[in-house]
Design a protein around this ligand. Sequence first.
Ligand code: FE
Length: 243
Amino acid sequence: MLFRQIFDRTSSTYTYLLASRPGGEALIIDPVKEHLQQYLRLITELDLKLVQAIDTHTHADHITALGDLRDAVQCTTIMGERTHAHCVSRHVREGERLDIDGVRLQAVYTPGHTDESFSFVLEPDKPRAVFTGDVLLIRGSGRTDFQGGDPHRSWDSIVNKLFTLPDDTLVYPAHDYKGMTASSIGEEKHWNPRLAGKTEAEYVALMRGLNLPNPALMDIAVPANLACGQATLTARDDVVRHG
Ligand code: FE
């Protein structure tokens, strides 16, 4: 397995590039627009053919590279079926599998951080890793106070869906703000301070009390990401443009 974790320092976003072998097909998860040239260079150096670009959800803190990657290498752009980004070419449903040469992901609907967030399980028949977007972070969880976020749904997605994966499944989130690069389901069950030993009511109260400021880029990033990162259009404009 060829696996690269690429960090965006501005937004603390992790992007993941996966392929089964040099020379084979590749997919990328949560790419950041500013790193387009870096991704294209790496794909060329590793002799990969990028066939799928996936966003776990509509990001509010950075602009996606989905549209630029599609234009550069003609890859399929993918998000969950509930996204309002009508520019993507494929919408995945709960349980659907994404197959490229030697790599399989399974889509899991995990709302809570947003109402359209999906996670992706690597090798679902024998789970090795899960890409959780922002719903489950390392020793944390994604805020639930905008974009259809809901702390009850976040709890349900984490506890009743992600925590049913084997304990040794590696956890790769879309962000980390403390320099951690990976965790595991077992670790998060035991050590995540928002979840371990907590009731749903305690979790909901904690999430409702966070009072975080909005991300600096939110008013730019959300409309841009509804157009796959290529324009600061509203969703309605995007429908017109692509319809
Ligand atoms: Fe997010």
